[in-house]
Design a protein around this ligand. Structure first.
Ligand code: M6R
Length: 369
């Protein structure tokens, strides 16, 4: 059942093109317009949404953070993302015009379920983005948008993460179309870019030898840092989480803009730092700002492992290692940039002789508080 791979995680990483492709299937009508009949929420109610709150835990919460950037940009609806276990014990400002979107692979995560119940009690509409048919969270939600990643067995989430991002983008574009924003009108173009992602992941997976090699010689690392900005920030945190879970190495993900506010003090000669570089086509000059960050940490001795778009030559002078990802539009980049980080954590865990699929102390679904 591991499809010829040594571990479920490796198989699931290679399933990712399918996971994204299958999650996109059936979400458009014959004219190519987004059609989410499966949501069963009245369109007028969705048009009247004034705020979206995304609740989730762990990797699913990072998918939620990625979604925030895209959904706000496309719909102009304010989006908050909150860890479900924090949300459930707060007194959040929520009403019947709030759409609470839970994200969960298993559909059984206790904290996320409790957050959904809390939201319902407060009168919000609830939508579940979930990978497991008939599980508790979608059953208790007003509506569900299933991800079609297929069963995920490895404790460390990989393909579910990509499918969650994909589904939340579909939801965002659908809401944008309902509200008639310019991005809603251009939804077909963005969908076409999404449709091109699976082949790009496939191509990227074919270039991972260098990443595997560096994982092997970094097996003794005591700490690894991850820097990202904009949608690359949640990717940095996801890269760090994968490394903690799988290789038991201290790892932190930071927003690159935060460096000078503290984390740069951690940089000493030899400190490995992954940097997820925004596309040169990103708005607000973010690419140049992150290239400057790489320069700053390199000057202090960091070993820079740079994930950058194909053709981005600006990073080369300051990178110890450049890991290339195919081009896509800036908001879709996490579907590609996270892949080398998953492979890195998997290989490092393997290099240390650890149990990749069943890391210590962890359960696949956390059904207790
Ligand atoms: O089943 P869920 O998506 O609700 O699970 C949420 C988290 O427990 C999960 O993503 C966890 O962080 C993974 N082990 C990450 O690899």
């Amino acid at each position: 059942e591991k499809g010829g791979y040594d571990t479920f995680m490796e198989k699931e990483i290679h399933d990712q093109p399918h996971a994204v492709r299958d999650t996109l299937i059936g979400r458009t009508d014959a004219r190519g317009d987004l059609a989410l009949d499966e949501l069963h929420i009245d369109e007028d109610e969705l048009r009247a949404v004034t705020k979206i709150v995304i609740v989730a835990c762990g990797t699913a919460s990072y998918a939620g953070m990625v979604a925030k950037y895209a959904i706000e940009h496309w719909t102009r609806i304010p989006v908050e993302v909150e860890l479900a276990h924090e949300f459930r014990y707060r007194d959040p400002v929520i009403d019947e015009h709030t759409l609470v979107v839970s994200i969960s692979q298993s559909g059984e995560t206790m904290d996320t379920l409790m957050a959904v119940r809390h939201a319902k009690e407060l009168g919000a509409m609830t939508v579940s983005i979930c990978n497991t048919h008939g599980s508790t969270i979608p059953r208790e939600s007003d509506a569900v948008l299933y991800t079609h990643a297929g069963p995920e067995i490895a404790v460390a989430s990989t393909k579910a993460f990509l499918a969650q991002i994909t589904a939340s983008y579909i939801l965002g574009l659908y809401l944008a179309a309902l509200r008639g924003t310019s991005y809603g009108q251009a939804a077909a173009e963005i969908m076409a870019e999404l449709q091109a992602i699976p082949d790009k992941i496939e191509a990227l997976l074919g270039t991972m030898d260098r990443v595997k090699e560096i994982a092997y010689y970094m097996a003794d690392s005591r700490a690894v840092l991850f820097l990202g900005r904009h949608v690359g920030y949640p990717v940095a945190m996801e890269g760090a989480l994968k490394l903690k879970e799988l290789a038991y190495i201290h790892a932190e993900g930071f927003a690159a803009g935060e460096l000078k506010h503290g984390p740069i003090a951690l940089i000493e000669p030899g400190q490995p730092v992954f940097v997820i570089v925004p596309s040169p086509s990103s708005e607000h000059g973010l690419h140049g700002k992150v290239v400057s960050n790489i320069q700053e940490i390199r000057a202090r001795g960091a070993r820079t492992l740079v994930i950058a778009e194909e053709g981005d030559e600006d990073v080369v002078p300051f990178a110890d290692v450049v890991i290339r990802v195919p081009r896509t539009s800036p908001l879709l980049a996490p579907l590609l940039t996270v892949v080398p980080l998953q492979v890195f954590a998997l290989q490092l865990s393997t290099a240390k002789g650890l149990d990749v699929d069943q890391p210590r102390n962890l359960a696949k679904s956390v059904t207790v508080e």
